[in-house]
Design a protein around this ligand. Structure first.
Ligand SMILES: Nc1ncnc2c1ncn2[C@@H]1O[C@H](COP(=O)(O)OP(=O)(O)O)[C@@H](O)[C@H]1O
Ligand SMILES: [Mg+2]
Length: 219
């Protein structure tokens, strides 16, 4: 059985797909010697951002991941697929989607990117309810939250956000922080991950995030 990592948040635009593709490339590069075939990407968002990114890689002749699209109640399908891969990374739709809720029932670890702004942090309350509800069915559901798109020129927002996030014992706050960097948008546009790009800071951030994910006891 492969490990299933779900990247989810009810809100769009927090960096779910950015995390999926960069974590997957980091994993393939650092742990599988550039072999992309051990990692299945599941795109469960009708926007298909991850799926199309991977398709562009195929068209470019770059190594691409096995990648499928799923919709609806995807819990059993995820479990089935995980038998054939070492890792499965799921990009769930935003909103309070059925895909997000059902994927929570069959993942080993959920990663939740959030921006550090007040408006975004207010959504934690609702995500906390959703996660607690999912734990009625998957009592081992572990949820790690990390800050994405943190400004590079100020520590204040990040520190305040970290303080607030500590008030949610149902989520583990990750040490890794992903900053707002043009490298993420530019590399995405070229259908590559930051491990294949020329910005060492972005690459280092995703190496840290990967390390924290790998150190997680269940993974
Ligand atoms: N750390 C970051 N720095 C700069 N741009 C980012 C970062 N994370 C995401 N983005 C950009 O923000 C937009 C939304 O990110 P995306 O991953 O598509 O969010 P979601 O999948 O949650 O809707 C995209 O244009 C993406 O390239
Ligand atoms: Mg997305």
């Amino acid at each position: 059985m492969g490990k299933v990592i779900l990247i989810a948040h009810q809100k769009g635009g927090v960096g779910k797909s950015n995390t999926v593709v960069n974590l997957a490339v980091a994993l393939a590069t650092e742990k599988f010697n550039g072999d992309f075939n051990e990692i299945l990407l599941i795109d469960a968002d009708p926007q298909a951002t991850t799926y199309r990114w991977n398709q562009r890689r195929e068209e470019n002749g770059s190594p691409s991941f096995p990648c499928i699209r799923l919709e609806g109640n995807i819990s059993k399908q995820i479990k089935r697929e995980s038998e054939n891969y070492k890792w499965v990374i799921v990009d769930a739709a935003g909103r309070d989607s059925r895909e997000m809720r059902s994927a929570m029932l069959s993942c080993d670890l959920m990663l939740m990117p959030t921006k550090a702004s007040q408006a975004d942090l207010e959504l934690m309350e609702h995500m906390s309810e959703t996660v607690n509800h999912a734990r009625d069915y998957n009592e081992n559901l572990n949820v790690n939250v990390f800050i994405n798109m943190s400004p590079t020129n100020s520590q204040k927002e990040k520190l305040e956000a970290r303080q607030l996030l500590q008030e949610y014992p149902e989520f583990s706050l990750m040490n890794s922080v992903i900053h707002e960097r043009k490298a993420y948008r530019d590399s995405f546009a070229d259908a590559v991950g930051v491990h294949e790009w020329n910005n060492s800071k972005a690459k280092a951030e995703f190496s840290c995030l990967l390390k924290e994910v790998m150190n997680f006891e269940n993974v």
